[in-house]
Ligand binder design. Structure first.
Ligand code: FMN
Length: 406
């Protein structure tokens, strides 16, 4: 189970709750099984568990926990819930971090990797929810948070980093059908909006911090691919690729030049001279057009509201991959961001070194997602600048078409 900045702990790591409570109806039926589980858990997890508490019988089973994110507690006075599809128990602090009232969007997406389908639940928070989420994830680094849906404990991922973007995304909670069923039960499917709140601003789904292949495998398998299927890529994959390219991983607002914080790719002086435009032809859930990636908020803003792939292909000297790929990233640079500090050395060396770092991240992330790309620098600068409506200070450097390899 993955969540940006979070991942689930091993089954026996530290289930803070240990003892049966008398849940009124259905849980009674499972008393014996759970008691048996208790014995097994204690045997397996044993004395290593320093959160183990003496038995008490506080019963919070009458109180329904609202759908939302909560702190996991080691206090037995808090609310006990059994983890969905697991025999682990956790105590939940009932003061919610975000509840369903803070959910602006809730969506189930289906992704595919190497022919295997997996489903994700994407939750986007409103402004208040985003603030609460940022504070809670900062406070909880190294600890677990709990997602409750319909009073059921769905997931207890571990927090690895503060999450300032107001989106949580969970994979591996269940099949698409199971997730749909859960959402139906809590009646939120009525309120589900597409992930794109408006055609102009796309808040991207939260990137994952764990993938399906190792970095070594991605390095080994990486190749430039130029033949793509006529098939859309998911918004989740696009989000992941943009994050890998230039996403903020260490937020910092002390210095304006950082524009949001330190990134996935190194940059001379932390000056981040690059910008990434996204020519969307076929990406699930969003309109085609040209977007600009805004790292600091992990969002895209639309600049042109039509498919520009044909023009892009002409600018790229007719290379077919550019019109065939469902999406292309276009790197540009504002050289002055770097040359103001480093002069000519910045122009001749540093900006393109920065580009190489970021583009390689794209290559590896694309590979890890089972997709393909090819860095392309053969294009007419002036034609491309005109199509992208670039300002005078922006210079185009790379086009990277991305898609499902043929
Ligand atoms: C600076 C640079 C510019 C490139 N421009 C193009 C291009 O315009 N068109 C293209 O098909 N490939 C382009 N490539 C991809 C190279 O052809 C490719 O990396 C090379 O053949 C090695 O293959 P590999 O990437 O599969 O290892 C470019 C690569 C680099 C590093």
């Amino acid at each position: 189970m993955y969540l940006y900045g979070l991942h689930t702990s091993p089954a026996c790591a530290k289930p803070p709750a240990r003892y049966m409570q008398t849940k009124k109806t259905s849980n009674m039926k499972h008393t014996f099984t759970l008691a048996l589980f208790l014995i097994i858990t204690l045997t397996v997890c044993g004395q290593g568990n320093n959160q183990s508490k003496s038995e008490n019988n506080i019963n919070h089973s009458d109180t329904v926990l609202k759908t939302g994110w909560y702190y996991v507690s080691d206090q037995e006075t808090n609310f006990k819930r059994q983890l969905y599809k697991s025999s682990d128990f956790f105590y939940i602090n009932p003061d919610a971090i975000v509840t369903v009232e803070n959910f602006e969007e809730l969506k189930i997406t289906e992704n595919e990797f190497n022919g295997n389908k997996y489903s994700s639940l994407i939750i986007r928070f409103d402004k208040q929810g985003t603030e609460n989420w940022s504070i809670a994830t900062k406070k909880s680094i190294g600890n677990q948070l709990a997602l409750i849906i319909d009073d059921k404990l769905m997931s207890v991922p571990k927090v690895n980093a503060q999450i300032t973007v107001g989106v949580s995304s969970l994979s591996g909670v269940g099949t698409k059908e199971e997730l749909e069923e859960i959402l139906k039960q809590i009646g939120v499917n009525e309120t589900v909006k597409p992930i794109a709140v408006s055609d102009e601003i796309i808040y991207l789904p939260t990137p994952q911090l764990e993938g399906l292949i190792s970095v070594e495998k991605a390095l080994y398998n990486r190749r430039s691919h130029r033949n793509f299927q006529d098939r859309e890529i998911s918004l989740e994959n696009l989000s992941q690729i943009l994050w890998a390219a230039y996403g903020v991983t260490l937020p910092n607002t002390d210095y304006d030049f950082l524009r949001g914080g330190f990134r996935t790719a190194p940059s001379a002086g932390g000056l981040y001279p690059l910008d990434i435009y996204v020519a969307v032809g076929k990406v699930s859930g969003i309109a085609s057009g040209l977007y600009k990636y805004i790292s600091e908020e992990h969002k895209m803003i639309r600049i042109i509201d039509k498919d520009i792939r044909l023009e892009l292909c002409s600018a790229a000297l007719g290379q077919p991959m550019v019109k065939e790929a469902p999406v292309s990233l276009i790197y540009t640079a504002v050289f002055s961001r770097t040359t103001e500090k480093y002069g000519q050395r910045g122009r001749e060396r540093y900006v393109c070194m920065d580009l190489g770092h970021s583009a390689q991240n794209v290559y590896l992330q694309v590979e890890a997602l089972g997709l393909g790309t090819c860095a392309s620098a053969a294009f007419s600068d002036s034609f491309l600048s005109m199509i992208l409506k670039l300002s005078k200070e922006e210079e185009p450097l790379y086009i990277m078409p991305i898609g499902h390899n043929k």
